[in-house]
Design a protein around this ligand. Sequence first.
Ligand code: HPA
Length: 272
Amino acid sequence: MASINFQKIFEPIKKKFGDVKIKSSIILGSGLGDFADELNLVTSINTSEIEGYPISTIPGHSGKVFLCEYSNSYHLVFKGRIHLYEGYSIDQVVIPSVISKLFNSKYLIVTNAAGGISEHLKPADLMLIDDLFFIHYKSKFRSLAQYPKNKFAIKKELNDFIFELSIQNEIELKRGVYVYSSGPSYETPAEIRFLKKAGCDAVGMSTIPEVLYASNNDLPVIAISCITNYAAGITENKLSHDEVTDTANIVKDKFSKLLKTIIKELPRSWKI
Ligand code: HPA
């Protein structure tokens, strides 16, 4: 596959947003796309206007990049998640992460919808991702020249800082291991039983490429799952995309409160 000209994708965004100092960049997961409305909008750009930017094929993922102001700093918000299961390459999936880095953003905050596997998670919980499980997908990522080191950048100290913030601000936040499932179909109950035994807490179809990109580009990364459903076989319920978006709607306020607290209270930069 031809390599992507990231600079060419970055240019129209940079031209519209200007020379701003970005504190954090937030990638919004399924059903969580309204978060940008919670911040002060400076300007935005439709991703459909940007040559080379992938078009989202999923309901609830219309593509926009927002420049927002909040608590005396600027933030990028990416609405319209790009997934591998839509047929996009890893390089395409990491476009928002690369743009964040080109803006010299000090943090990347990746959010997603996920199914709860472990007993301590129920729909509408938020989970701070402490570790990732994608053993079944590793060779695919390793083959990329851009990710030679395959470092892992979810840092315990940064996560402890976020967790402490959640306690101080009385926002319930769980912690756990996120397992990547390539999708687009949900898992089977047998797969979930296996993943549970392997120590996984929540399952989703995104986030790994973005975290790997951040890991290899010295970009401090925070990843948060919104538990939208019990994973397959945990209850009798049949999984559906509607359930995912309905729960994401219910959790909106808690999610916004947590994210606003994080982007306000994070220090200007974090040494990794
Ligand atoms: N499995 C995989 N991805 C998901 C799920 C799930 O149960 N819920 C939301 N995204």
